[in-house]
Design a protein around this ligand. Structure first.
Ligand SMILES: Nc1ncnc2c1ncn2[C@@H]1O[C@H](COP(=O)(O)OP(=O)(O)OP(=O)(O)O)[C@@H](O)[C@H]1O
Ligand SMILES: [Mg+2]
Length: 255
């Protein structure tokens, strides 16, 4: 049965989608069977993986039960993915009442036997979409930028995670927070690391030692070329960082 991992942070632009793509690709290159789930109406993960979200069914049709999940999975040159598109914005309005927080979990269940890992990308918000992702997950990972505002937002997302864990998903593991665009030589990054250490200690969640450096190549591979980042730029510093990050998650028993 697959282990389900969600990348979460209600702050926008911190690297959730980039990390979902990179972690999924790293797992694939370790010969695991990986499914990506794009659970963000912005659909950047679908785009970065080269999925067709215009003419083919998406996660939205799956949530609506108009199609079985296995028929909405696309096999792109990079990975298997349940894509999304703008229709997913309807979820908050259309799904209300008891059980609306568990729809994603139910929809993914029939697919779990076919994969070792499912990686979910989530939107920058704390609403129903995030609850669905957290309830469907075994592990949540929190990417954060190396700046004060970004770190502060982690307190809110952590509160949501804890509420759901206690009420609905006691086996959930907070795999940890990790810092993106981190520079050892920059005073601001070092200050951010100290703040992150204090914050994670206070919240009692792990701070991963691996940080991900800035790289335009990573961005280009995903947003312009729809390339597998390890095939495209195996020696790129940020790609190397993600490989190390995944190794750290294995060493810590999170994956
Ligand atoms: N390590 C990195 N180096 C350079 N650019 C990066 C890196 N990580 C992410 N980016 C870029 O930063 C931008 C935001 O990243 P991303 O889309 O992954 O954030 P997000 O948290 O998913 O945003 P949103 O909350 O809007 O979904 C993107 O343009 C992405 O290409
Ligand atoms: Mg995103």
């Amino acid at each position: 049965m697959a282990k389900v991992i969600s990348l979460i942070n209600q702050k926008g632009g911190v690297g959730k989608t980039t990390s979902a793509n990179a972690i999924a690709v790293c797992l694939k290159h370790k010969n695991f069977r990986v499914l990506c789930v794009d659970f963000d109406p912005q659909a950047y993960l679908s785009f970065s993986m080269g999925a067709d979200n215009r003419d083919k069914p998406t996660i939205y049709e799956v949530l609506k039960h108009s199609i079985k999940p296995q028929f909405a999975v696309q096999r792109t040159p990079i990975i298997d993915i349940l894509p999304s598109n703008g229709l997913l914005t309807n979820v908050e309005r259309e799904f209300t009442g008891i059980g609306s927080e568990s729809i994603l979990k139910e929809c993914l269940e029939p697919l779990l036997k076919n994969y070792d890992y499912v990686v979910i990308d989530t939107p920058p918000e704390l609403g129903l979409m995030l609850s669905n992702a957290v309830i469907a997950s075994d592990v949540v990972l929190i990417p954060a930028l190396s700046d004060g505002y970004s770190l502060h937002g982690v307190i809110q997302v952590h509160e949501t995670v804890m509420r759901i864990k206690e009420a609905l998903n006691p086996k959930l593991v907070v795999g940890g927070m990790f810092l993106l665009r981190y520079y050892q030589r920059e005073a601001l990054s070092r200050t951010a690391r100290e703040t992150a250490k204090m914050l994670t200690r206070q919240l009692d969640i792990p701070l991963l030692t691996t940080t991900v450096r800035h790289s335009n190549v990573l961005s280009k591979a995903m947003t312009m070329l729809q390339a597998d980042i390890i095939e495209y730029a195996p020696n790129n510093k940020a790609v190397q960082d993600y490989i190390r990050l995944v190794d750290e998650l294995f060493e810590k028993g999170v994956l």
